[in-house]
Design a protein around this ligand. Structure first.
Ligand code: UDX
Length: 440
């Protein structure tokens, strides 16, 4: 099939490559010329395992190309909207990119000879957005489907090619809904053949599925981080607690890792956007708990800073702190709302110096000016003469560090395991004073 993907950021670039991999002929459209130029050479403008290979292979096969021309939409059958919906100053989602994408495609819709034309929205939007956009799109003859994306950074390629489930939010008119569903089924045929479930619902429910999934995940993390605070107070161990409660299948063991909390481009902004939208709709009270989820998440970052200052003693002014990690999670170079960087920046004014190291985000950071911390090129360089080491992002190269070797590099072997990801007994055996989160 002949498809377009509007917006070639995280979501769109991966989606375009994955659709081409499934055999479709795909054009990615983005306003950013540099991004388009890189993608057209088979290079992702961000780090995501497996994506460059996918891009290269499909660009070379002639199934995948990129352009800044929204006219690429004309005559093609399915147009995915994958633009960002960042947080606006009020906390609500900023829909200007979504609106601009629809406006740019409108003059080119209604020229498809391949069959029912479909616009498929993948961006995370406030409930009610699809119904509003459908009013603009319907007169062209194209049908709007809301088809949220659930990919995780670091696993984006696999998550797109082999999702847990697919969700279609369909138009009210049964005939249009049926035709649109058939078209998306054809797009996703290889995924459906692999037995992945496809759930069909109305627009509003499909929009809510996405935002409530992220709200639930955020709640789970803040729940375990709240338990960590209680554990710290009474000398209990949150990792043992999480392992035990996670064995109850109703709870489940995933997303119960206590630490310095969630960051990234999705969870923090989504829980705020969800609260803002609920307030607009007059049901703000129902989501009051999300404010607490946010508060717990912010407080775990602060408590790592407090713990660090406590460990450094009354005169931290001469101390050097090494923060391992800058990305909001491993296998990503994304530093949006990164807990590790937040801790580094918060500590910097109170200590002698802070040095940050990260295998993928580090080089990006090194190019920035006016940072309150130094950026090291290697872990060894970061550890050199440190008085305190903080694990901020659980990259494999950090969690598999040899604690004996590391102890030989630092000035004082004191570590805060901000992700509860180090082998505590091995670090203690190597002479480190170890502090985890919720496991004193
Ligand atoms: C998230 C959702 O998982 C994904 O389905 C959605 O499409 C986009 O948002 P992502 O932002 O890539 O994906 O990261 P995710 O793996 O969910 O992690 C989010 C944050 O939570 C990270 O900072 C991670 O370190 C933290 N986290 C995760 C924890 O602190 N504890 C956990 O147990 C799990």
């Amino acid at each position: 099939m002949r498809l377009t993907v509007i917006g070639c950021g995280y979501l769109g670039a991966v989606h375009a490559a994955a659709m081409a991999e499934m055999g479709h002929e795909v054009i990615g459209v983005d306003v950013d010329e540099a991004k388009v130029e890189a993608l057209a050479r088979g290079r992702a403008p961000f780090f995501e395992p497996g994506l460059n290979e996918l891009l290269e292979r499909n660009v070379a096969a002639g199934r995948l190309s990129f352009t800044t021309d929204p006219g690429a939409v004309r005559g093609r059958q399915v147009h995915f909207i994958g633009v960002g919906t960042p947080q606006s100053p009020s906390g609500a989602a900023d829909l200007s990119y979504v609106d601009a994408a629809v406006e740019a495609m409108l003059p080119h819709l209604g020229h498809c000879a391949d069959g029912q034309e479909v616009v498929a929205g993948k961006s995370t939007v406030p409930v009610g957005t699809a119904a509003r956009l459908a009013q603009a799109i319907d007169p062209t003859g194209a049908a709007l489907v809301w088809n949220p994306e659930f990919l995780r950074e670091g696993f984006a390629v696999d998550d797109t090619l082999s999702p847990d489930r697919m969700v279609y939010g369909l138009p009210e008119d049964p005939g249009t809904a049926q035709r649109a569903q058939a078209v998306l089924d054809e797009v996703y045929a290889p995924i459906l053949r692999a037995g992945k479930p496809r759930l069909v619902m109305d627009y509003a429910t499909s929009e809510l599925v996405k935002i409530s999934a992220n709200a639930f995940l955020a709640t789970k993390i803040s729940f375990i981080n709240a338990m960590a605070q209680v554990c710290d107070t009474v000398g209990a161990d949150v990792t043992a607690l999480a392992a035990a409660i996670g064995m109850d299948e109703r709870i489940g063991s995933r997303f119960l890792r206590a630490g310095i909390g969630f960051g990234g481009g999705c969870l923090p902004k989504d829980i705020r956007a969800f609260q803002a939208r609920a307030a607009e709709l007059g049901v703000g009270q129902a989501l009051g708990f999300l404010a607490e989820v946010d508060k717990v998440n912010e407080s775990v970052r602060r408590s790592v800073v407090d713990t660090a200052l406590g460990l450094l003693g009354p005169e931290p002014g001469g101390a050097r702190v090494a923060v391992l990690g800058a990305a909001f999670k491993p296998d990503s170079d994304d530093m949006r709302n990164s807990p590790a960087l937040d801790v580094a920046a918060d500590l910097a004014p109170s200590v002698g110096s802070v040095v940050v190291v990260d295998p993928e985000a580090g080089p990006l950071l090194a190019g920035r000016e006016g940072l309150p911390y130094e950026v090291a090129a290697t872990t060894q360089e970061a550890l050199a003469d440190a008085d305190l080491v903080i694990l901020g992002t659980e990259w494999r190269q950090f969690t598999t560090l040899d604690p004996v070797e590391a102890a030989g590099l630092v000035r004082t072997p004191v570590v805060i395991d901000g992700r509860n990801a180090l082998d505590r007994s091995a670090w203690k055996a190597a002479g480190w004073a170890y502090t985890g989160i919720g496991r004193r």
